[in-house]
Design a protein around this ligand. Structure first.
Ligand code: UD1
Length: 441
């Protein structure tokens, strides 16, 4: 297990390009199961979650090439699916594995996929995925921790989601492409990653999809994968990672630095940028990035509520909290999406933060200084928050269990080091042998 040793209080400068969005690439990989032609994906980020999804696809018989080459282009050949099964061992490490259920069912008429179970940030049921598939004609049984799904032919349906779940919207979108007739998904999630998936599906199948990015998506299903358009191969590149971009932008604001973050659409994090501007951060937007300028005045405390897109993303909540820890006055963050997403709080407290949790809200009293400490990553975005806090803490921090951060940020230590941060990645053993004496030069 690796850890990061961070020497705080370094200014950042320069430019950083974000990778393709993990939360888009994973869905596109799952959707590739529907494609009998070769799919080429460009700029696939080298992340643990992507590796997990590729291993899952391989276990079903998909041929994957190019994973370990330098140009990050991979090809997928799902012309033969031998085994429409996702085992518990595979699904338990990454909940997004559940997204193979709908494409397997549409393609193979049956699927056996492990129930994901709870995870660190909440229970995360998949009832909305299953109810929607049932409405489209699937017969679903839950046995021994597995979802068994069968359907000779999915049928178009009108589905109203009680909550705009990202995953359920994606499951139903993939199913609807192969269904007979029209499907409408009402109260659909509007996240940009869903638009990306819709672009991919449209390109792959030729199917008419309208309204992605709005609460009502309409899909004119073509009745099966053999009806897909006649492209010989399919080339695609996923959108830039908006959550990674927000993380770098907050890092610059926290360290009072000037950096440019490129490779993403600023409109995709409008609510984050608006909140930062409201606090007093100086930002300049381009079509494909944001420049953070050094702010002259003290930042203002803020109240933030996470919400489905276009609201403030739950995936940026922890990073924003790290920033608010250093903003004078009293701020409040209320988490509305996941029930247990404050696990970074005790770790930030170890670094000197003053935070009180009241139910689903955290009240943050800004302190003048945070101090380096030994802290532990608990989930992906919580880890990003700890890293940001360490960047502006006085002294050295040791961040353990960075495998959480490696799931979703490609080489974040190298990218931040390129901007001037002092971060060293070490194994536990190397750290033990160094006896805490780290040369950051
Ligand atoms: C996706 C993102 C995750 C992000 C989240 C919300 C991926 C791989 N993950 O997760 O990073 O934090 O969107 O923006 O893209 N729910 C149900 N029943 C369901 C489905 C969801 O009750 O069938 C609940 C969940 O427990 C949760 C809420 O709805 O409380 C949001 O979940 P959802 O939008 O589905 O998020 P994910 O797709 O799991």
């Amino acid at each position: 297990m690796d850890l990061f040793i961070v020497k705080g209080k370094q200014k950042l400068s320069g430019e950083v390009k974000v990778s393709s969005a993990k939360n888009s690439v994973l869905k596109i990989l799952a959707a590739s199961l529907l494609c009998q032609k070769k799919v080429f994906l460009k700029e696939v980020p080298q992340l643990q979650d992507v590796k997990t999804m590729l291993d899952l696809l391989r276990s079903m018989g998909v041929l994957v090439h190019g994973e370990s080459t330098d140009n990050n282009e991979i090809s997928l050949d799902a012309s033969i699916i031998e085994k429409p099964v996702a085992s518990y061992e595979q699904v338990k490490t990454m909940r997004a594995s559940i997204l193979v259920l709908a494409p397997l069912l549409a393609r193979c008429k049956r699927a056996k996929v492990s129930l994901p179970g709870g995870c660190a940030i909440g229970a995360r049921p998949i009832d909305l995925h299953l109810k929607g598939l049932k409405k489209m004609g699937a017969k679903i049984q839950l046995r021994g921790g597995y979802v068994y799904a069968r359907c000779e032919q999915l049928q178009g349906a009108k589905i109203i989601l009680p909550f705009p779940s990202v995953g359920a919207t994606e499951t139903l979108l993939m199913a609807a492409v192969c269904a007979v007739g029209e499907t409408t998904i009402e109260n659909a999630a509007r996240e940009p990653e869903i638009e990306d998936l819709a672009h991919f599906l449209r390109k792959m199948s030729g199917v008419k999809i309208q309204g992605e990015g709005t609460p009502i998506i309409r899909i004119q299903g073509c009745g099966g994968v053999s009806e897909f358009n006649e492209l010989k191969t399919l080339h695609f590149q996923a959108m830039g990672d908006r959550i990674e971009a927000a993380t770098f932008i907050i890092a610059a604001v926290m360290t009072q630095s000037e950096i440019t973050v490129k490779g993403f659409n600023p409109h995709h994090i409008r609510s984050v940028l608006d909140n930062l501007t409201q606090m007093g951060a100086k930002l300049e937007e381009f079509t494909d990035g944001v420049k953070v300028k050094v702010q002259q005045d003290q930042l203002q405390a803020l109240q933030i509520d996470t919400a489905p897109y276009p609201g403030f993303p739950t995936d940026v909540q922890a990073q924003m909290m790290a920033l608010l820890c250093l903003v004078p006055g009293s701020s409040m963050i209320t988490e509305h999406i996941f029930e247990n997403r404050f696990m970074h709080v005790p770790e930030l407290q170890r670094m000197g933060a003053e935070i009180t949790i009241r139910g689903s809200s955290a009240v943050i009293k800004g302190v003048e200084q945070m101090y380096g400490a030994q802290v532990m990553c608990t989930d992906l975005r919580a880890s990003a928050a700890l890293l940001l806090a360490a960047l502006c803490a006085e002294g050295q921090s040791v961040i353990r269990r960075v495998y959480h951060i490696d799931r979703g940020y490609q080489q974040i230590d190298q990218k931040l080091s390129g901007l001037g941060a002092k971060i060293k990645r070490m194994s536990q053993q190397q750290f033990k042998e160094s006896e805490g004496e780290i040369d950051h030069e």
